[in-house]
Design a protein around this ligand. Sequence first.
Ligand SMILES: O=C(O)CCC(=O)C(=O)O
Ligand SMILES: [Fe+2]
Length: 352
Amino acid sequence: MAESAPAFKTQMVQKSVQELVLNGDELPENYIHKDRDGGDLDVPLVEIPVVNLGLLKSLSISKEELQKLRSALSTWGCIQLINHGMTPSFLDEVREVTKQFFALPMEEKQKYSRDAESADGIEGYGNDKILSEKQILNGTERLHITLNPEQRKLKFWPENPKVFRDILNDYTIKLSMVIEIILTAMARSLDLEDNCFLDQYGKEGKMNAGFNYYPKCPRPDLVIGIEEHTDAAAITFLLQDNEVEGLQFQKDNQWFKVPIIPEALLIIVGDQAEIMSNGIFKSPVHRVVTNSERERISLAVFFLPGFNEEIGPIDRLVDESRPRLYKKVKNYVSIYFENYKQRKRPIEAVKI
Ligand SMILES: O=C(O)CCC(=O)C(=O)O
Ligand SMILES: [Fe+2]
């Protein structure tokens, strides 16, 4: 969700749910969902299609796999990607450093806190920024870092655990290879030129990592992990906790839980891919519910087109039967946050 929020003032990081629980404090008003619920854990399971990356990248690319990709991205807006070149043990290492970081004492984590002063104060460790008085806070702690080598701000990259930086560097290299194959396959699945999506993602495309930690929550009926949202990215690669569920997708006003496939990466369509595909691919509404028994982690990597890149519906996807649905936009992320803050669905703001 919170891929990058340039130019928002950050208030001081307030006490996290974890601290409140440890101290035995009452949950403050702004964590409580009065008008809605914290989310039911017991909802039906969504069968998300499993797509094999090996079959998408071969020269004699499998028509069947492309069809599966197209149909999944235009209904649920996501796939479970397997055979992506990362071993299950490597993915476990990524999960492990994430868990180890969040398990550190608060003073240690706060060495990487978001800067209250910096204009692009999204990067770093913290919990929800307070953007408006009406806001309901999420029961999560986060660490946001930019992965692109030339744009990294190492002061936000944990040195503890010791292997954190090396593993994240490896993960960045591996994901950069996968994103090219996915964006190319997405184009092929719609019978477009291979580079259509890649060109809009641009050379300055950003990879922002959002590490999420959801502590055990005493009142999962009242506190949401991450409230319902769509992602502002073109595409999100989500590494889920390998044991604890919590992610849910909304379809036809009903919530469905996402199953865990430990060796898979969950690929989610973001608003910008919905815009580029002229609404064919769907950016799904999703949320995370909390749990009183077990903590949970996840790592979302958001692929964002360069902020100077103009994105918009690909011409070949616009015709009489499918008129242009979205305007061309630059820096969609700032439009996203402006609307998100007012509790509006951001993509509506760029509809024609
Ligand atoms: O924790 C998860 O499974 C999802 C997180 C998410 O939706 C986000 O960070 O945008
Ligand atoms: Fe999300």
